[in-house]
Ligand binder design. Structure first.
Ligand code: HEC
Ligand code: HEC
Length: 268
């Protein structure tokens, strides 16, 4: 072999190795990036260990007091016909998986409603009165119902019927609003894992709701949390039970697919 031939051979072998390494590292990085983007992570993993401990133990978790209060209400009789939730729906275990169907589009008027609104529809049928918005009774019943689905995975489908609401929710999730011009995704997709004031930003998942917030010493609904996020980002919040928050909740439910119900979760 001539001197210059071995030189060419060397440079060719070098180039081949170089390209192989390049291809491998590209495939490896792309895989990592993709799996990072696709992975849904519960807010639990961003909470401090001391908060996680409270959630882990039903004896410590104050959210369970709402579940217990809900169980009493489930059997309580209302109105002149002495009807309880149980009179029509039977034992509470029958309601396993129901919370995962909400928000849901009503056949009558194509309106999207959440679980709390559905509970109040039944309450109104019984004695013409609704439970107070964000009140302890309403949230006790919705926490009790969500608790029946604990451990079940989110498996939300976008259908012809709810598509319009899903699209609105998605649009709202990416819409820049408020004095700071911030959208949900700028915090809950772009800043995941970073610190914001004394908090670690999570993916903003809703699998733990209704959740017990330590800062307010009470259980809150998804809509109440969204309101708080809007206020924190100096944007005008929507109303609880508004079409906008229901649409956002629907989008967030699809976004949570694969995550397990953790309600009542404990958060800061
Ligand atoms: C300025 C940043 C910011 C913006 C904008 C923002 N959030 Fe949040 N959000 C937070 C912080 C901080 C928390 C509390 C820590 C955490 O779980 O991320 C939080 C918590 C949440 C949670 C509770 C997560 C859990 O595990 O309990 C949800 C759900 C949520 N946000 C949804 C939204 C939605 C939907 C929007 C848009 C309407 C939004 N957020 C806008 C910062 C933001
Ligand atoms: C008089 C009978 C009756 C009483 C009492 C009653 N409900 Fe209902 N409830 C219904 C009917 C009927 C439906 C509609 C079922 C459907 O859409 O498949 C329903 C639906 C529901 C749903 C949604 C179920 C689903 O599959 O989407 C929930 C949650 C619920 N009720 C909670 C309650 C609670 C909480 C109470 C007590 C405050 C209560 N209900 C009292 C009759 C009743």
């Amino acid at each position: 072999m001539r001197f210059y031939q071995s030189g060419i051979l060397f440079s060719m072998t070098f180039k081949i190795y170089y390209f192989l390494i390049l291809i491998f590292s590209f495939v490896f990085c792309a895989h990592n990036l993709l799996s990072e983007n696709n992975e849904n992570i519960s807010g639990y993993h961003f909470a401090e260990p001391s908060t996680q401990e409270i959630q882990n133990d039903d004896f410590l978790n104050p959210g369970i007091l709402w579940v217990e209060n809900g169980a009493i209400l489930w059997k309580q009789e209302f109105g002149s016909n002495d009807l309880s939730c149980q009179s029509c729906h039977g034992k509470i275990n029958n309601m396993k998986g129901i919370s995962l169907k909400y928000p849901k589009v009503l056949n009558e008027n194509n309106k999207l409603i959440n679980l709390e609104q559905r509970i109040n529809m039944c309450k109104k049928n019984i004695d013409k009165k609704e439970f107070d918005l964000e009140g302890k009774d309403l949230l006790s019943l919705s926490t009790l119902l969500s608790y029946q689905s604990k451990g079940l995975p989110f498996n939300y489908k976008v259908t012809e019927k709810n598509k319009k609401w899903y699209n609105l929710g998605k649009e709202l999730y990416f819409r820049k609003i408020g004095q700071m011009g911030l959208s949900c995704n700028q915090c809950h997709n772009d800043r995941v894992g970073l610190n914001l004031r004394a908090e670690k930003v999570s993916q903003g998942q809703i699998n733990g709701f209704p959740s017990y917030l330590l800062r307010w010493s009470k259980v809150v609904s998804v809509h109440s949390r969204l309101k708080f996020c809007n206020e924190q980002a100096r944007a005008v919040p929507y109303e609880i039970n508004s079409d906008e928050y229901n649409a956002l909740q629907l989008y967030l439910s699809v976004r949570a697919n694969g995550l397990l119900v953790e309600s009542p979760a404990v958060r800061k």
